[in-house]
Ligand binder design. Sequence first.
Ligand code: LLP
Length: 428
Amino acid sequence: MQTVEANVRHSLEIGGVSTDKLVEEYGTPLMVYDEGMIRRNARAFRSAFESSELDFQVAYASKAFLCKEMARLANEEALSLDVVSGGELYTALEAGFPAARIHFHGNNKSEEELAMALDAEIGCFVVDNFLELEMLHDLASKRNQEVSILLRVTPGVEAHTHEYIMTGQEDSKFGFGLSNGQAETAIQIAARKPQYKLLGIHSHIGSQMFGTEGFDQAIQILTGFVYQMNKKYGLALPVLNVGGGFGVRYTEDDQPLTISEYVTAISESVKKHYTTHELPYPEVWIEPGRSMVAEAGTTLYKVGSKKIIPDLRTYITVDGGMTDNIRPALYQARYQAMLANRPDEDSTELVSVAGKCCESGDMLIWDLMLPPTNYGDILAVFSTGAYGYSMASNYNRIPRPAVVFADKGESRVVIERETYEDLVRKDQ
Ligand code: LLP
């Protein structure tokens, strides 16, 4: 959670830059990242693994937020990168992200996307389904290229999270089922294909998880499977990728573990289950997205109209909404916010924060205590750094906001604000 520091001008600071200054310089709505916090998160993941003495890769799940500068930051912090589309791959390559540390996910990678990734010689494909297993190999054979792959499996674990973001259960569009034998069939096919270097298996059981039981359960099941594949077919499967899903704090009701606690629990679980099966420890890969960037992001909006419905509700409206943060509308996600320009004032007014889209569901926060608001106040909504900008749209032809990185008292634009010209650029 963003620390609330009132500066001499009595406005909230992010990365040592006053929000007054940020708004003055870049306008609103504005997505501001505390760059130092993202770097500290990256280092926390890596250092927890270093203490575990397991070999590892921490692949930032770029779907949470990606732009060229974010890819550069991930590279500087020695992260690998999980991409799920040609567009994410393109962004990473344009930023000079080393292809060898790129992992390509997705349940319907097109032939063009596969070819693009082969051209770039990325580090690993996470193969999701039987079509891809054949198609990727055909493409690789034609090029006489060796390809490292993981197979995505669904271990049948139901993570305790919102059902739309639950992905490890049997009835899922992702991956090969373990209990119905499809994962084993896929392993047999992959092991026979000459261009494939089968590194191991991958599973991602869900997102925004607060506990570690789901990981332990999944790791137990995956280890049992690795053991069987080892016994039956002599396969080593040296990599175990357990996905992402580490929870973050959106409001005070959220009580996630620390990054180090998540990593330690996973490492211990891997060691325990691999020891039980007398298997050598694998290289452990994880794919944190939300936990890398969510709490580092704050959205600054300008407060506009106010509608007071006597004895019912007071709506305040901001100059953004579901176009820059669809999560409340899509997942009933909850956020915390404050007035950035008057951080010291008592919150005495109960309001609900509406966006500016032509849609009743375009609400950012229901029932929030704020100081009495006026036109022009700056509302800071916290923990918007993951799946906010990356899920943004131009609904109602609203341009996407600018994105800024702030650190040690300096700020810089990493994605420019969209203009009206941008909106019509592709129109004929
Ligand atoms: N790896 C795989 C294979 C995934 O599918 C995902 C997320 C991640 C890693 C990263 O998970 P994270 O650490 O960010 O929880 N739009 C939703 C979240 C969708 C997550 C999809 N997959 C939201 O806004 O909550």
